[in-house]
Design a protein around this ligand. Structure first.
Ligand code: 2NL
Length: 339
């Protein structure tokens, strides 16, 4: 029996030393030390031994068990360290390699120009206000002095959701809501998406961007309108730019005007950009119609105001010399990277 125990120890020693994975070591543990293992099998035969031999063989069996257990622990540790070393070698990073630069994004030309525009008006004491793109007929048309018969309300031009709900065709409803809720003095600009039922071409899109402005206070006159808008254009396009006002008609302003700026390309001499005119149309404006003030609960005998509306697309296109509006919506990075 002693011989058998020594044989087990010798076999275990050699097999454990040869084991090449922790799984193999575990198999050997079961084989030698498990409940149905070789060592247990020997111990079961202890009963056959004489009372003198039993403690001697028992002590040897314990010795063998401890030796095998220690062998297993040592081999397991060795294998684990080897596995870790292999993994570390495999996952080694060469910190001297050049890094991969993350792509630096930037703001869309719309956002760049809108940012400048907001800065200009914030500097003149205006607030920036926004409102819903899905509007009621009431705020988009009725309150702006455009009754049911008005041509702009045609379903050919406006996207209706129901008879009384539509996609706003301008940001004026934001200004109407502000006048309803806020006492003058009011100085706001309302930038945002607006919708018209237009086919897409180089200068039209069914979704575009507008910035409207509104000032209401006591003693606001057409001179305030002229001074403010001239200042705005000079800050945006440069001090050398001149402006002129031409009479026009809008249902929500009286009097109404369109503002032109001297052509920034030829300085007013006439070129291909301004089609020989020397002037470029830039925005529509006017003194807020007394009916519109009254609709909003503002007394036109006490208060007056001016308003204007300008298309962001036009300003961005002129600013960067872009001749096709579609380029601004296609999100082609080869185009956008230029700005
Ligand atoms: C354009 C230019 C304009 C306004 C918008 C406005 C807003 C209120 C009251 C009075 Cl709440 N007017 N906005 C005024 C003049 C021109 O837009 O070319 N529109 C088609």
């Amino acid at each position: 029996m002693k011989q058998a125990l020594q044989n087990i120890k010798a076999t275990a020693d050699s097999l454990i030393a040869q084991a090449e994975s922790t799984a193999q070591v575990e198999e050997l543990r079961v084989r030698f030390l498990g409940k149905k293992g070789e060592l247990t099998a020997i111990l079961k035969q202890m009963g056959k031994l004489s009372p003198e031999e039993r403690p001697v063989v028992g002590a040897l069996a314990n010795e063998v068990r401890e030796a095998i257990t220690a062998d297993i622990a040592a081999r397991t540790k060795e294998l684990e360290q080897a596995a870790l070393a292999a993994r570390l070698a495999q996952e080694e990073i060469d910190v001297t390699l050049p890094g991969k630069r993350p792509v630096q994004g930037k703001r869309h030309p719309f956002e760049q120009v809108l940012g400048e525009l907001k800065e200009i008006f914030l500097g003149m004491g205006f607030d920036v206000v926004s409102g819903p793109e899905v509007e009621q007929d009431h705020y988009n048309f009725e309150m702006l002095n455009m009754p049911k018969s008005h041509p702009a309300r045609d379903t050919q031009d406006t996207f209706y959701i129901t008879e009384n709900v539509l996609l706003r065709t301008q940001t004026s409803p934001v200004q109407i809501r502000t006048m309803e809720n806020q006492k003058p003095p009011i100085r706001i600009i309302c930038p945002g998406r607006v919708y018209r039922s237009d086919a897409v071409d180089a200068t039209h899109s069914p979704i575009f961007h507008q910035i409207e402005g509104l000032v209401v206070d006591k003693n606001i006159t057409f001179s305030d309108l002229k001074g403010t808008l001239e200042m705005f254009i000079k800050k945006l396009y440069g001090e050398g730019i001149r402006v002129r006002f031409r009479p026009h008609h809008f249902p929500y302003t009286e009097p109404s005007a369109e503002m032109d700026m001297s052509c920034f390309k030829c300085g007013g001499k006439g070129c291909s950009l301004c089609k020989g005119e020397g002037w470029i149309e830039i925005l529509g404006c006017g003194m807020v119609h007394p009916k519109v003030l009254e609709n909003c609960g503002i007394d036109p005998e006490v208060y007056s105001g001016f308003a204007f509306g300008v298309g962001l697309e036009r300003i961005v296109m002129m600013r960067y010399g872009i001749d096709d509006m579609r380029l601004l919506y296609e999100n082609d990075l080869r185009f956008l990277k230029q700005f």
